[in-house]
Design a protein around this ligand. Structure first.
Ligand code: PLP
Length: 219
């Protein structure tokens, strides 16, 4: 892990008034503690089991964000456990989250994940689904959900122009949503390789992992 890289990323985020989510997936406390001690409280994880396990032993004031694809059958486990679900990628999942939040008598903060990458394998909804959700939301169909903005993952590419265009497009969609929903205040885009481009294109939240923690070992 690199405190120096952490400081640089944090400073860039702060210059743009953006929030830094430190993506700690696959990393344990020994790597997380240095940035926690520096004041970092928002951590991003992509797996339900991993968040629940880490939550048990790590400080209570950490705000956990789920940033990975959530299967509907795991929604029950995560509702009430995280501060923000960034990866709501379908109408079906949102309905399940509404039902589970209703049962637990909580309001679940969510971002809608929009498909902007060229890879079909990346999750995210299309804009037609987004429109349908916003219209449902307007009609009060999700009383236990608070929609706070959008999240997107760009194409994995070294073509910076493509990345810029994709983030620009997401920003455009975000601004059009804001006209209807004043609560939309978060645009989550930008990772280790492209957070500077994302900030330039109007990101309000960057999700940075490997640049801070080093390359991950998936086992
Ligand atoms: C892993 C991950 C990140 C962070 O990626 P890095 O390249 O390690 O910065 C950001 N967003 C999502 C959704 C991720 O799964």
């Amino acid at each position: 892990m690199s405190l120096e890289n952490y400081s640089q990323v944090l400073q860039a985020a702060q210059e743009y008034g953006a929030t830094l989510v430190a993506v700690s997936k696959t990393y344990e406390w020994s790597d997380i503690q240095p940035i926690y001690d520096s004041g970092q409280r928002i951590l991003g994880e992509n797996k339900v089991q991993e968040i629940l396990r880490k939550k048990e032993s790590l400080p209570e004031d950490i705000e956990w964000h789920l940033i990975g694809h959530l299967q509907s059958n795991k929604a029950k486990k995560i509702v009430g456990q995280v501060s923000l679900i960034q990866s709501v990628d379908s109408l079906k999942l949102l309905n399940v989250l509404q039902n589970q939040s209703d049962k637990k008598k909580v309001v679940t903060r969510c971002l809608l994940q929009i498909h902007i990458a060229q890879e079909e394998s990346k999750s995210g909804m299309d804009t037609a689904t987004l429109q349908e959700i916003l219209s449902n939301y307007d009609q009060g169909l999700y009383p236990h959900i608070k929609l706070e903005g959008l999240m997107g993952m760009g194409t994995l590419t070294s073509d910076q122009n493509l990345t810029r265009k994709e983030y620009q497009e997401l920003r455009r969609i975000y601004e059009s949503c804001q006209k209807h929903i004043p609560d939309f205040t978060t645009l989550s885009m930008g990772m280790s390789s492209d957070y500077k481009i994302a900030l330039d294109q109007g990101s309000t939240m960057i999700r940075v992992g490997s640049l801070i923690f080093g390359n991950r070992n998936y086992t």
